[in-house]
Design a protein around this ligand. Structure first.
Ligand code: HQG
Length: 181
């Protein structure tokens, strides 16, 4: 169970590293990295005191490993989930035969018509197992799990990326690859 204070600060980091860096006056580089010292200084200047040990604890205990440090430890970025335009430099990977997407029942008609769209994010997010997909889908309402024929998508030339925290990303899932469970 994550410490509530760390959870709260983790959400704040998500806001600035994925969506609104400007709220603390920072800029992400083209690949989403920001200097750790700049981040901590600017957090403090905007009323969120985070020291280095706390930052390490947030990174280590975050339930979805949302953040990652550069190899030299001087920079940090979010693994995925951005709404600001950045280039995630993950290499394309071969997905398993099937991946899963949890969503709300009310989206189903539209999804079966238009396929899965990335909406505000950079990619459509897919999960390796039904349990994770359920957690993602329940956030939106009455749960529906979709099984995606990712093996066929890949054979048809569509690209997949796998983030260090285990999320599969793709540009769009056309409706013909989607099966409702
Ligand atoms: C739906 C969390 C209507 C889609 C999670 C989803 C995940 C459509 C919603 C990550 C549609 C977008 C991403 C269509 C897709 N018509 N609705 N054609 N195509 N949708 O939150 O996948 O906490 O942007 O099914 O763990 O729910 O941020 O995407 O319900 O990994 O780290 O549009 O967010 O991670 O919702 O979640 P989201 P998501 P973090």
């Amino acid at each position: 169970m994550q410490d509530p204070k760390l959870k709260h600060l983790g959400k704040f980091l998500s806001l600035v590293l994925r969506h609104k860096p400007e709220v603390i006056g920072i800029q992400l580089d083209p690949r989403g990295w920001v200097d750790v010292q700049t981040l901590l200084t600017q957090c403090l200047a905007h009323g969120k005191a985070i020291d280095e040990a706390t930052l390490q604890a947030i990174i280590a205990t975050n339930n979805k490993q949302r953040y990652i440090l550069s190899q030299d430890g001087k920079q940090i970025r979010a693994n995925q989930g951005h709404s600001v335009p950045i280039l995630l430099d993950y290499a394309p990977e071969t997905p398993p035969a099937h991946l899963y997407h949890g969503t709300a029942e009310r989206f189903l008609d539209s999804i079966l018509e238009k396929g899965l769209l990335k909406q505000q994010r950079h990619h459509v997010h897919l999960s390796g197992d039904r349990e994770t997909a359920s957690q993602v889908g329940r956030r939106h309402g009455k749960l529906v799990i979709l099984e995606i024929n990712t093996g066929q998508m890949h054979r048809d030339g569509l690209e997949f990326f796998h983030t260090p925290n285990g999320v599969w990303l793709t540009e769009h899932v056309p409706a013909r690859y989607i099966e409702v469970e």
